[in-house]
Design a protein around this ligand. Structure first.
Ligand SMILES: [Fe+2]
Ligand SMILES: [Fe+2]
Length: 176
């Protein structure tokens, strides 16, 4: 695993068990494309997903939960198709990114990593946007990723004007 883009603090948390679990995903060319997808505040979707996965893995271990599912679900929770912030396509409100990307991420994960998706990982990905997507998570691990995802996105509050991006809503461009 290449680590040149990670801080020393993050590298210290990458134990061999974790790297073994995530290596089929992290080395996949389709997943690597997420280094180019913007998340928020100068972070890529790749980096954000890795942080959610790594944090959830360690917390799950501490709490005696299924850390393997937490690591995989955390890494794939935002594995949606395209960089939504670049899309010019106008979607009705209920089909905006915040409402549909969990489903997209699940469909994409099932297609690219069919062997890694079981009922629990499926629920982790599908329910991570609760309460915006109003069906709550089912497993403890799904709740964990749901909270850790929000915690790892807190940097958006440094720039509250961009909060609409956090919840995945495309803002109308203002024209003169
Ligand atoms: Fe998400
Ligand atoms: Fe996320």
């Amino acid at each position: 695993m290449k680590t040149e883009y990670l801080s020393r603090k993050v590298i210290d948390y990458l134990d061999t068990n974790y790297v073994e679990i995530i290596s089929p995903i992290i080395n996949n060319p389709e997943f690597i494309k997420r280094k180019e997808y913007n998340h928020h505040e100068q972070r890529s979707v790749f980096y954000h997903s890795l942080m959610v996965s790594l944090t959830s893995y360690h917390l799950a271990k501490k709490l005696g939960l299924d850390y393997k599912s937490a690591a995989i679900g955390g890494l794939l929770h935002d594995f949606y198709y395209n960089d939504w912030q670049l899309t010019k396509e106008k979607r009705p409100f209920h089909l905006q990114h915040g409402f549909v990307h969990a489903k997209e991420a699940l469909a994409n994960s099932k297609q690219i990593f069919p062997d890694l998706i079981d009922k629990k990982v499926e629920n982790i990905i599908k329910r991570h946007m609760f309460p915006l997507n109003f069906i709550p998570p089912f497993y403890y691990e799904s709740w964990l990723i749901c909270f850790v995802d929000k915690y790892c996105s807190l940097e958006i509050f440094k720039n509250p004007k961009k909060l609409y991006k956090y919840i995945g809503i495309m803002k109308e461009e203002k024209h003169e």
